[in-house]
Design a binder for this molecule. Sequence first.
Ligand code: DGL
Length: 281
Amino acid sequence: MIKEGAQVKERPIGVFDSGVGGLTVVREMIRRMPYETVFYYADTAHLPYGPRPLAEIESFALEITDFLISKGAKAICIACNISSAVMLNRLSCELNIPVFGMIPPGAAAAAEATRNGHIGILATEGTVKSGAYSRAITELKPDAVVLERACPPFVPLVENDMIADPCCRDTVAAFLQPLLDEGVDTIVLGCTHYPFLEEHIHDLIGNSAVVVNPAQRTVAMMQERLQGLDLLTEIAKAPQHRFYASGEDTSLRRLVAGELGLPEAPVYTIDLEKKNAAVTR
Ligand code: DGL
């Protein structure tokens, strides 16, 4: 249990997304920083974020970060590309704790990975509309050709547990193939839900392109920065992760148990307006 007065380094890292996508980032955090405690917030009441106006994404992020900080977060990871596109700069300036987002690390990894300078981005409508990946990549590699493709069906496929459904591979192919036809040699998974579709993506791509999952670089940067700030926990014991959902939590419970291997971790539903939490497991 995290105590209010716990030394800062023993406090949790607050992570959020619209749904279960950010668990692909938590998976990487657990792999690299196994003693860090994660408090994860899935804003399933507002899922999907992709088609929403950017002003809404902004207000959700403010409310969620407030909540995570009230729970003692020593750092925030925006494990959502669209929220990173809209809010990373603002939260980094306004909060007095470190804030991490997906796009700068994903862009850096893609700029390094490409050989022919043609990079494809698979993302939600909002992230594509923001143009954040194109800007971040061309800042690092001005001659890069960045092709962004919005994939509206992907998040529902993941949230509704349809990855093994026969239609899933065809749907992924329909969005991926046009990028491959354009000659990209690097594909960025520009939504944290998409690594759950990685098997189909790898299968369809074969050796023709490299797949970049921004979670890997994001978590590596997080670890390095927290280490530099002397904010990594010093206690090598089992972390006390917690998971919160603002709405439906079936997929969250399933994936926390199955993908993260944490069947005992508590999952709460919480209404941030009323601030009342109920344990659902
Ligand atoms: N997982 C989120 C992202 O990385 C958003 C998915 C959605 O709700 O549209 O952009």
